[in-house]
Design a protein around this ligand. Structure first.
Ligand code: PRP
Ligand code: URA
Length: 209
C-alpha cells in the first residue's frame, strides 16, 4: 500500500486557506500555488539520499554532504499542474520537466489524453507527478500509467487538495506510488468537484472563467 503524507506545516495550511477563498484573484492564486508547491517539495524530498564528501572551507577541511546522483523529473498534468512547476524547480533546479496533457470529460469525468512529452532519460529518473487537484483520481491514475508504460520506476504524486475518492483510487491502482497531499477534503459533489475544495484550479490559475 502506498504511503500517504498529509502536509500539516503551518505555512502550507495558511496558504491553502488563501487559495480556497473565492475572492482570491488569479495573480495571488498563482503565487500561492507556486509557494505551496515549493514548500511541499521541501517536505517531500526529505528522503533523498546523501553522500559523504570532503570539502575545504576557508578555515579547514571537513566532512560534508551532497545529494547523490539520482536524477529527478517533474511531470505536471496540464493545465493546472503547470502552476506547481516553478515552485518545485526553485527547490530542485536540476530537475527536468515533462508534460502530460489530460482533461476530464465534463460528462463522463473520464480523462482524455491530448499531449505527452517526457525527458528522453525519464525511465532513469525519480519522477514527481504534480497536479493541484486529486478528485475522482482518473487523471492522476492515467498519467502515472502512462509513465509506467514508458519504463519509469520510482514515481511520487503531489497534489494540494485531494478527495478521499481519488486518494483511494490512487492507492488501489498504484499502490507503489507515495502520495503527498496538502489537504484532504470531505467528498466530491455531483459534478465531480471537490467539496469544499477551491473550484476549478485550471480556470483560477489561468483566469479562463
Ligand atoms: C483538473 C485537475 C486535475 C483533474 C482532477 O483538471 O487539474 O487534472 O481535474 O480530476 P480527477 O481526479 O477527477 O481526474 P481538468 O480536467 O479540469 O483540466 P484543466 O487543468 O486543463 O482545467
Ligand atoms: N478539478 C478541479 O480543478 N477542481 C475540482 O474540484 C475537481 C477537479
Amino acid at each position: 500500500m502506498s504511503n500517504v503524507f498529509v502536509m500539516d506545516h503551518p505555512l502550507i495550511q495558511h496558504k491553502i486557506g488563501i487559495i480556497r477563498r473565492k475572492e482570491t484573484g488569479s495573480k495571488e492564486f498563482r503565487e500561492m500555488i507556486s509557494e505551496i508547491a515549493m514548500l511541499m517539495c521541501y517536505e517531500a524530498t526529505r528522503d533523498l539520499k546523501l553522500s559523504d564528501i570532503e570539502i575545504e572551507t576557508p578555515i579547514a577541511k571537513m566532512a560534508a554532504k551532497e545529494l547523490q546522483g539520482k536524477k529527478l523529473a517533474i511531470v505536471p498534468i496540464l493545465r493546472a499542474g503547470l502552476g506547481m512547476v516553478e515552485g518545485m524547480l526553485t527547490m530542485v533546479p536540476a530537475a527536468k520537466v515533462g508534460h502530460i496533457g489530460l482533461y476530464r470529460d465534463p460528462e463522463t469525468l473520464e480523462p482524455v489524453e491530448y499531449y505527452c512529452k517526457l525527458p528522453e532519460d525519464c525511465a532513469e529518473r525519480d519522477v514527481f507527478v504534480v497536479d493541484p487537484m486529486l478528485a475522482t483520481g482518473g487523471s492522476s491514475v492515467a498519467a502515472i500509467r502512462l509513465l509506467k508504460e514508458r519504463g519509469v520506476g520510482k514515481i511520487r504524486f503531489m497534489c494540494i487538495i485531494a478527495a478521499p475518492e481519488g486518494m483511494e483510487k490512487m492507492q488501489r491502482e498504484h499502490p507503489d506510488v507515495d502520495i503527498y497531499i496538502g489537504a484532504l477534503d470531505s467528498c466530491l459533489n455531483e459534478h465531480g468537484y471537490i467539496v469544499p475544495g477551491l473550484g476549478d484550479a485550471g480556470d483560477r490559475i489561468f483566469g479562463t472563467k
